[in-house]
Design a protein around this ligand. Structure first.
Ligand code: FMN
Length: 405
């Protein structure tokens, strides 16, 4: 029996049909009102046929006043329940669970398209990260606002459950709000939401508890968590392990491990030579995490070779292989892995040659491939980086100057 095709039962009793998961990728494919579009829904129709046991959507924003990208889907009320139901239904009749990732960007919201940035503390992003969000100093959240955001996470998760998604994942990684609370660098609060790790992890625990209280025990809830922020003074590996223990005890169903923030984007491949050799980025971490929890673990970042994926599962150090960028250019990746028709899934981002722009290419070039998938076009490995960039700038300008909000 191929280990990648083995079922996995989650703590809540629900079952993933195999060990291949599409990790979250912001699709940037909503319409101007941040509603799901036919192209977005069609991309999921394709991925629902990919063979993967689990698909996790790109981050769905919980608040229209805090948006990561110009065309993120926002779910803050039931006005688009029909469209969300159509999106969730793409996985009906398949062996694939479709989870929605819920996110609040905090200070990592795109500055050009949000009038205020809110964060645990008034600490701005440092240079080297998303240039569009580096300069503005965020406003520190009040206690009342923190409680409202926790409510909003719950509200969004409940609406997504009603729409028919089979689970939700809290985005607790990559420097967004949950991860900002966890970081001693971004979170300098002196109240019960900052300081000790117990205080810094209060936000994620309360978000989890709120969602659990609303969706019930049978509904899968996962988290994407940083193995570390890879920044001086940031959330460390030791602290991350403690959070794994805390969330396991709370009863979370799946912990996906990634790492880095948009100040130090380790999740997209900035890594040590030793890790390059192992292909998957956070393998050292997952080996240690396996020893401290029985909660199913998913590892995402760098997996490109079937044998590496198989060995990772065979070694029993992780339960689910998380894959992101290859899903955009090999949309049948699950089947290709299972029937051995392809054994490597390389991804080669096109570049403009301008350093300040090319950091973004690791995201927006793949978003353009997702759009092609939704438009019934074949993946285009030679897709021009400049055309992708200029179209993206247009989306930002359009969102910035629209009078919709
Ligand atoms: C286009 C794109 C959008 C992404 N958006 C998200 C996101 O919304 N949420 C998230 O947790 N990670 C996001 N990521 C990170 C991926 O989930 C993943 O961690 C990263 O790409 C490394 O995995 P890979 O080497 O298999 O691509 C995104 C990555 C890409 C390429």
């Amino acid at each position: 029996m191929d280990l990648l095709q083995e079922k996995l039962t989650l703590p809540n009793g629900s079952t993933l049909s195999n060990r291949i998961a599409k990790s979250a990728m912001s699709e940037n494919l909503s319409n101007r009102l941040h509603e799901p579009t036919p192209v977005l829904i069609n991309a999921y129709k394709k991925w629902a046929q990919s063979g993967a046991g689990l698909l996790i959507t790109g981050n769905v924003m919980i608040d229209s006043k805090a948006i990561g990208e110009p065309r993120n889907v926002v779910v803050e009320n039931r006005k688009n329940l029909d469209l969300l139901t159509e999106w969730a239904a793409t996985a009906n009749g398949t062996n694939t669970q479709l989870w929605a990732q819920v996110n609040h960007p905090g200070r990592q919201a795109m500055e050009q398209i949000n009038s205020v940035l809110k964060a645990p503390s008034a600490v701005p992003l440092k240079t080297g990260g998303r240039k569009d969000a580096t300069s503005k100093i965020p406003e520190a959240l009040t206690e009342e606002e923190i409680l409202a955001i926790i409510e909003a996470f719950g509200n969004t998760a409940l609406i997504l459950k009603e729409a028919g998604f089979s689970g939700v994942q809290i985005h607790g990684a990559h420097g967004y709000l949950v991860s900002q609370f966890l970081s001693p660098d971004a979170n300098t609060r002196e109240d019960k939401w900052g300081g000790s790790l117990e205080n810094r992890s209060r936000f994620v625990v309360e978000v989890y508890r709120k969602i659990r209280a609303l969706v019930g025990n049978d509904f899968p809830i996962g988290i994407k968590l940083n193995s570390a922020d890879f920044q001086k003074g940031g959330f460390s590996e030791e602290e991350s392990m403690e959070v794994v223990k805390i969330l396991s005890k709370e009863g979370i169903d799946l912990i996906e491990i990634s790492g880095g923030t948009y100040e130090a984007p380790a999740m997209l491949g900035k890594r040590k030579a030793s890790t390059v050799k192992r292909e998957a980025y956070f393998m050292d971490y997952i080996e240690k995490a396996r020893k401290i929890t029985d909660t199913p673990l998913m590892l995402t970042g760098g997996f490109r070779t079937a044998s590496v994926m198989r060995n990772a599962v065979a070694s029993n150090q992780l339960d689910v292989v998380g894959i992101a960028r290859p899903f955009t250019v090999y949309p049948n990746i699950g089947h290709e892995l299972f029937d051995n028709s392809r054994s490597v899934f390389p991804t080669n981002t096109q570049k403009t040659g301008v350093k300040g722009i090319d950091g973004f290419m690791n995201i927006i070039w793949y978003e353009a491939q997702i759009k092609r998938l939704g438009q019934e076009k074949a993946p285009d490995p030679g897709l021009s980086a400049w055309s992708v960039f200029l179209k993206y700038v247009w989306l930002i300008l359009e969102r910035k100057f629209s009078r919709i909000f």
